[in-house]
Design a protein around this ligand. Structure first.
Ligand code: SAH
Length: 246
C-alpha cells in the first residue's frame, strides 16, 4: 500500500487532494513503525503465557493499541503493563485483554456486550471476532472519545453508549457473550439475566482491588449458571456514578 502511495500515482489524484497526500502517507508509515513492538508483545507477553487461540493472536497483532492512548504514551503502548488513560481509568495490560478475549470465545455470529468501554481498545479487539459489539461507559468524556476514535479507525460494528453498566443494555439483550472490564463486588443480576442460554460471561469480581478474581460464567440450555474462577486480577471498580473530576 505504501509502495502504491509513494509511486507516481500521486499525479492521478485531483490537485485539491495532493496537499493532503504526503502528511497522510507519512502518518500511515509512522503508525506502522509499531508493528515490530506489537509482534514482540504478542510473542513475549501473550503467547509465552499460554494464549493459543489463533484468531485472538491475529487480532492482537493487528490492533493498533497505541492509537487508543495519547500520543505522548505511544512509546509505552506495547509494554507489559496497564496504562492510565485519564479520569482515573486504565487500559488493561495486553496479556489480560488477550486472555479475557480467549476465555470469552466470541464467534462470527455473536452479539457481545462490554461493560467499561474506557479507551475502546478491548471493544476494537472484539470487533473482528463478533457480529456486533455493544459497549457501555459511565464517564461521559471517555464514552465520547471512544465513540469518536472507534469511528475514525473504522470499527463499524461497535456501538458505544454512555450509561451505567449495572443495568446492561435491555433493548439489545440477550447477548451471546458479556465481558466486564471493571470489577463489581458481585455479579450484577441484570447482566446475568441478559446473557443468552448457551452464552458466556467473563468478569473480574471482588469488593476490593486487592481481592478480585477473574470469573467465567456459563448459562446452559436450561438457563442454569455454572461459575468458575480463573486467576486473581486487579481492575478498577465498577461504580454506580462517574467519579467526580479531581
Ligand atoms: N476496556 C477498557 C478498559 C476499561 S477500564 C479499554 O480497553 O480501554 C474500566 C472502565 O469501566 C472505565 O473506563 C470506567 O469508567 C468504566 N466503568 C466503571 N464503572 C462502570 C459502570 N457502572 N458502567 C459502565 N462503565 C463503567
Amino acid at each position: 500500500m505504501l509502495h502504491f502511495l509513494f509511486s507516481r500515482n500521486i499525479w492521478m489524484l485531483p490537485r485539491s487532494l495532493r496537499g493532503w497526500f504526503l502528511p497522510v502517507t507519512l502518518l500511515l508509515a509512522a503508525q506502522d513503525t509499531y508493528a515490530p513492538s506489537r509482534e514482540q508483545m504478542v510473542r513475549q507477553q501473550i503467547e509465552a503465557r499460554g494464549v493459543r487461540h489463533a484468531e485472538v493472536l491475529r487480532v492482537m497483532r493487528a490492533t493498533p493499541r497505541h492509537l487508543f492512548m495519547p500520543e505522548a504514551m505511544w512509546p509505552m503502548a506495547y509494554d507489559d503493563t496497564p496504562l492510565a488513560i485519564g479520569h482515573g481509568q486504565t487500559i488493561s495490560q495486553p496479556f489480560i485483554v488477550a486472555a479475557m478475549t480467549e476465555l470469552l470465545g466470541p464467534a462470527g455470529g455473536h452479539k457481545v456486550l462490554e461493560i467499561g468501554t474506557g479507551s475502546g481498545y478491548q471493544a476494537a479487539v472484539l470487533s473482528p471476532l463478533a457480529a456486533q459489539v455493544f459497549t457501555i461507559e459511565i464517564v461521559p468524556e471517555l464514552a465520547r472519545a471512544a465513540t469518536e476514535r472507534l469511528a475514525r479507525l473504522g470499527y463499524k460494528n461497535v456501538v458505544v453508549r454512555l450509561g451505567n453498566g449495572y443495568k446492561g443494555w435491555p433493548e439489545q439483550a440477550p447477548f451471546d457473550r458479556i465481558i466486564l472490564t471493571a470489577a463489581p463486588p458481585e455479579l450484577p443480576q441484570a447482566l446475568l439475566d441478559q446473557l443468552k442460554r448457551g452464552g458466556r460471561l467473563v468478569a473480574p469480581v471482588g469488593g476490593s482491588p486487592l481481592d478480585q478474581e477473574l470469573v467465567v460464567v456459563e448459562k446452559d440450555a436450561e438457563g442454569r449458571l455454572r461459575r468458575r474462577s480463573v486467576f486473581g486480577v486487579r481492575f478498577v471498580p465498577m461504580v454506580t456514578a462517574p467519579p467526580k473530576p479531581r
